[in-house]
Write a protein that binds this ligand. Structure first.
Ligand code: GLU
Length: 316
């Protein structure tokens, strides 16, 4: 079977070393597309200038290759294609669907009546909506380089996730008008991911379920920009034995350190396969599992890594 209409993607951020959770998400994305004859594209999401580093780009590519994952065409380095993202922002601005915002983080914190814990921070109350006629006007009045925010429509936003079913989010109530540019030349993740998925012709997205809520914001942008919504599979994360998700920032075991400890990639790949619905998976190359993988068999709960797993993987 060869279905070139299916385009999956790998979208790592080079902000640290990949760990077992990334290995699993990327293998799932790759198996899912390849098992149905699809293409796979790679995108390096390096727009976070404070955290992205060139050595992590190299390490990420080396880790993916070590796992036996490949991709079609050259990787898209997100920072090299900023103009498409800027065009999308200009389009939204021109249509009154985005506006400059000069609020500081502190102002937003103190204006928020009920800060929501979590990655999105407090809801943005819309202070700058309708306040400035242009980016220049905002900048010259305040001396601050403005951010750009997207005008979020009122009401529920429905998204369909192929694993989790239909989900409804109230982005206006919970998040408010969210940033699409943090300042000039610094696009925010939500806009960048939407523009670049469309640019790369991505039809399906397999990624960790920590981004499920973000999909509602991305759907709003896709609708506003006239871009097709991809199909989403938000997969459960890998956690440690206490249920805490693995993170790049902590000292969670990286693929680079597994490799340095002499672990054979086939052991990691086989372990991922077994924890992803291929019950009898033994150590093997990623390619060997393509025909045996089916998203339908994927366990619906998080994968906890315990001592026995670490021993199997050759550590501790
Ligand atoms: N680059 C993001 C990350 O590594 C993933 C973005 C996405 O899959 O949409 O966390």
């Amino acid at each position: 079977m060869n279905d070139t209409a299916i385009v999956g993607r790998l979208a790592p951020s080079p902000t640290g070393h990949l760990h077992l959770g990334h290995a699993r998400s990327f293998l799932l994305a790759w198996w899912h597309a390849r098992s149905r004859g699809g293409r796979v594209v790679l995108r390096i999401e390096d727009l976070d200038v404070e955290r992205a580093r060139p050595e992590f780009v190299e390490a990420t590519i080396a880790d993916l290759r070590w796992l036996g994952i490949d991709w079609d065409g050259e990787p898209l380095v997100q920072s090299s294609g900023e103009s498409a993202i800027a065009d999308a922002a200009a389009n939204l601005l021109a249509r009154g669907l985005a506006y400059p915002c000069t609020c500081t983080r502190r102002e937003i914190q103190s204006a928020a009546s009920a800060p929501h814990a979590g990655e999105s921070g407090p809801r943005y109350p819309g202070t700058c909506r309708g306040r400035w006629t242009s980016i220049e006007a905002a900048e010259s009045a305040t001396g601050r380089a403005p951010a750009l925010r997207f005008v979020v429509r009122e009401g529920p936003v429905e998204i369909v996730d192929e694993l989790q079913g239909t989900r409804t989010y109230d982005v206006a109530r919970d998040v408010g008008d969210f940033p699409i540019y943090r300042r000039a030349r610094s696009p925010a993740y939500q806009l960048a991911v939407v523009v670049d998925d469309a640019r790369q012709g991505v039809t399906e997205i397999v990624r960790g379920d920590d981004l499920l809520e973000s999909a509602a914001r991305q759907a709003l942008l896709q609708d506003a920009l006239g871009l097709p919504r991809p199909r989403w599979w938000h997969v459960p994360l890998v956690t440690d034995a206490t249920g805490r998700r693995l993170a790049k920032r902590s000292d969670d075991v990286s693929l680079a350190s597994l490799r340095a400890a002499g672990t054979d990639a086939r052991i990691v790949v086989g372990w991922v396969g077994r924890r992803s619905g291929i019950a009898d998976a033994r150590p093997g190359h990623a390619e060997e599992f393509v025909s045996r993988f089916s998203m339908e068999n994927l366990p619906r709960e998080a994968v906890a890594v315990g001592l026995r797993d670490w021993a199997e993987l050759g550590l501790r």
